[in-house]
Write a protein that binds this ligand. Structure first.
Ligand code: GTP
Length: 180
């Protein structure tokens, strides 16, 4: 079993990649959008959900710049914004296809952030309708989860899902068949 895993967080601009890391390590949240990439942080096994240390790597939203990090990942956390559904569309049209072109063979955790924000009517079912074919087409997506860095909802679970996908790879955690 691996004793250390590398988690690379990627996704479109402003989806909350840096906020998720900040929330995880310091329980802090900033309202402003600072286009910064958080330095890599290592979570020791004592405080991680699974007993392995995990280095979490933030990335910029520019795909070309992210590729060298993706190549070193044990697992990818691919973030979209639950309110800007075009960021979920790009998961399917841009991010996952590019990871395949790169020949990555690592699990992907699909994370819908900003769950605290009010959504338009039918938005939830839209998201579900979009995710289902993504999971069918891209079997590397091991799990889907919604979270909020702002209100600290499901943030630790993102880390848990990512670690678990590497340590105990299984069938998808979000079983699309039960939602049809
Ligand atoms: P880039 O560095 O531009 O790629 O952005 P990023 O993906 O790192 O996003 P960042 O963490 O900078 O957050 C972008 C904006 O979304 C900021 O204004 C955050 O305050 C806001 N934000 C992040 N997470 C949440 C959340 O869970 N809920 C709400 N309401 N806002 C959030």
């Amino acid at each position: 079993m691996k004793s250390h895993i590398r988690i690379v967080i990627c996704g479109d601009d402003g989806v909350g990649k840096t906020s998720i890391i900040r929330c995880l390590i310091s329980k802090s949240f900033a309202e402003e959008n600072v286009p910064e990439v958080h330095p890599p942080v290592t979570i020791p096994p004592e405080v991680a959900p699974e007993p392995v240390s995990a280095t979490i790597v933030d990335t910029s939203n520019v795909l070309n710049e992210v590729e060298s990090e993706l190549n070193r990942a044990d697992v990818v956390v691919l973030v979209y914004d639950l309110v800007r559904t075009e960021t979920l569309d790009r998961v399917k049209t841009k991010w996952l296809p590019r990871m395949r072109e790169l020949g990555l063979d690592v699990p992907v955790i699909l994370v819908g952030n900003k769950q605290d924000l009010p959504k338009e009517e039918y938005s939830d079912s839209n998201v579900e309708r979009t995710i289902k074919p993504i999971m069918e087409e891209f079997r590397e997506v091991e799990a889907c989860i919604q979270c909020s860095a702002k209100v600290e909802f499901n943030i630790y679970e993102v880390l848990y899902f990512a670690q678990r996908a590497v340590i105990h790879p299984t069938t998808p955690l979000f079983d699309v068949s039960s939602h049809s």
